[in-house]
Ligand binder design. Structure first.
Ligand SMILES: C[C@](O)(CO)[C@H](O)COP(=O)(O)OP(=O)(O)OC[C@H]1O[C@@H](n2ccc(N)nc2=O)[C@H](O)[C@@H]1O
Ligand SMILES: Nc1ncnc2c1ncn2[C@@H]1O[C@H](COP(=O)(O)OP(=O)(O)OP(=O)(O)O)[C@@H](O)[C@H]1O
Length: 290
């Protein structure tokens, strides 16, 4: 029997944390206006692409519970093809490590990696602003992954100001329960009137995640885990949950707390990074093919 060969070139698709998330209002479409700090981290999924000269796009790795047509990877490839008029197609593989619907941006990051990788591999030559414009139609968090730098963001997340943060260690914990972003943003008791802050005044201790209380009220697993993490280190929820993170100065401290967590939750120790590994990879690919 001939074994199928797996691709050898894997493009990184990192996760993000929202170090804080304030809701400052809503736009005319009802979408929530946010102020947030996106911290990229060095854990993520990986994607591989094989370019074909027929226009078909096909996913070689199924994602449990997500049909191909709804997969953000497929949608990103299709949108790039339509936007650019490219006649090429592709086969796409995925190594999924990030919990889905955890508030760490897995799907959005997969979409961004697909746009950046295929823009290079199809030679469609779109610039960052054009890729971000396509990305925003797929999800509010896609532009930040295309930007590829730790950054403050406003609007629904598309008005981006890069920043540099100390590369701390984060313990990221998925409490094994899924929280729907739509459910939390639809909640009547969600606070929606946080005062705007100036980026230069940012301080972790003086900020919060405006979605955290509602998620904790509705999901006791999240509340219990947060209580436990707060005993060890400054801790908070990311996005609309369910993932929580704790901030540490050293890898060893984070590993030690990880070992004390209940067995039914998934936990990762990750380093905060200021630049996405996606761009280091893109540069490597471009240099190799030059
Ligand atoms: C929570 C964050 O991850 C923070 O970075 C993002 O704001 C999530 O943004 P997103 O990926 O676009 O979220 P989705 O899961 O696509 O949104 C589901 C639903 O949540 C609501 N939604 C989402 C984002 C936003 N800024 N305001 C909203 O009101 C909308 O009704 C939307 O249809
Ligand atoms: N490639 C993909 N990877 C993960 N989820 C996907 C993908 N394509 C579509 N989805 C759908 O998107 C939903 C949200 O996934 P994702 O992992 O991005 O959530 P999240 O971490 O909460 O994101 P965010 O922080 O942007 O709200 C999933 O539950 C799944 O139904």
């Amino acid at each position: 029997m001939i074994k199928p060969t797996l691709p050898t070139q894997w493009w990184p698709s990192p996760a993000k944390l929202n170090l804080f998330l304030h809701i400052t209002g809503r736009n005319p479409k009802g979408y929530h206006l946010l102020q947030t700090l996106f911290q990229l981290v060095d854990i993520g999924d990986e994607l591989a692409f094989e370019i074909t000269d027929v226009g078909k796009i096909s996913l070689q790795t199924a994602l449990s519970g997500v049909e191909e047509k709804d997969n953000l990877i497929f949608k990103a490839a299709q949108k790039l093809q339509q936007f650019s008029g490219c006649k090429l197609g592709c086969k796409i593989w995925l190594k999924k490590k990030l919990p889905m619907g955890g508030g760490i941006g897995g799907g959005s990051s997969n979409a961004a990696t697909t746009l950046v990788a295929l823009n290079a591999l199809w030679n469609t030559k779109l610039n960052e602003a054009e890729l971000a414009q396509i990305g925003l139609t797929l999800g509010a968090d896609v532009p930040i992954f295309i930007h590829g730098k730790t950054a403050f963001a406003e609007g629904v997340g598309e008005q981006i100001t890069s920043t540099t943060l100390p590369e701390k260690t984060y313990l990221i914990v998925f409490p094994n329960c899924h929280v729907s972003t739509a459910e939390i943003f639809a909640a009547d008791d969600l606070p929606r009137n946080s005062a705007k802050i100036q980026w230069q005044d940012y301080n972790f201790a003086e900020t919060r995640n405006d979605c955290q209380k509602i998620v904790c009220d509705r999901y006791p697993k999240v509340a219990n885990l947060l209580r436990q993490l707060l005993e060890y280190a400054p801790s908070r929820m990311t996005g609309t949950g369910a993932c929580l993170f704790s901030v540490f100065d050293s890898f060893d401290e984070a590993e030690q707390v990880k070992r004390s967590l209940p067995e039914d939750c998934q936990a990762f120790v990750a380093k905060g990074i200021n630049t996405s590994p996606l761009y280091e990879y893109l540069t490597k690919v471009q240099l190799t093919s030059a």
